[in-house]
Ligand binder design. Structure first.
Ligand SMILES: [Zn+2]
Length: 183
């Protein structure tokens, strides 16, 4: 049994090709590495499937980019498939090496964007999110191997020219969960 990771999300529609929050969305100087699920700040984030927490860390910070708030990520190695990165979290309710069950609360949605620090000079996709008041979300990535701290990667975006081979498009994974979950 797999669970939709944010029961309280505004929608279970998965952003597809080219739309804001879609996988590999072209953001001019960067590409989006996951899928964004928009939800109010503090919404519960639950584990999609059984697995083990293999890493936890800082995901965004105003020390890196002024329009970011502090958020965290959790890397969970799923029992049956890929590794899920749950990111842009306000807090973390699990610890490294913990075994988690599908549906277990692991953290809460954070407000990744600080509206006060979004300016004319900010990237256009950021200004668009501000206009649509989509400042808080779960950023979900699917990985084949637990890669962290890569130079071309920051806050869920890829700054290199070639898509890394370990990064998986989560669209069909999330679509099947949406169809099969009983929530
Ligand atoms: Zn994202």
């Amino acid at each position: 049994m797999k669970y939709w990771p944010v029961p309280n999300s505004y929608s279970k529609n998965i952003p597809i090709n080219g739309y804001p929050g879609s996988f590999w969305e072209d953001r001019d100087d960067r590409r989006h590495c996951g899928i964004d699920i928009y939800a109010p700040e503090w919404s519960d984030v639950i584990a999609i499937e059984n697995g083990k927490v293999i890493n936890i860390g800082l995901f965004t910070s105003s020390l890196w980019v002024p329009y970011w708030n502090t958020t965290y990520y959790i890397l969970i190695k799923n029992t049956t498939s890929y590794i899920c990165k749950y990111a842009e979290l306000r807090d973390v309710n699990v610890h490294i090496d913990e075994k988690v069950n599908s549906g277990q609360l692991i953290g809460h949605v954070g407000q990744v964007l600080n509206s006060q620090n979004i300016t004319k000079e900010s990237p256009s996709y950021i200004k668009r999110l501000l206009r649509k008041k989509k400042l808080s979300m779960l950023h979900l990535e699917l990985l084949k191997v637990p890669v962290i701290n890569i130079e071309e990667y920051l806050g869920g975006n890829w700054y290199g020219s070639k898509k890394p081979s370990y990064l998986v498009d989560p669209t069909s994974y999330l679509s099947s969960i949406r169809r099969n979950s009983s929530q």
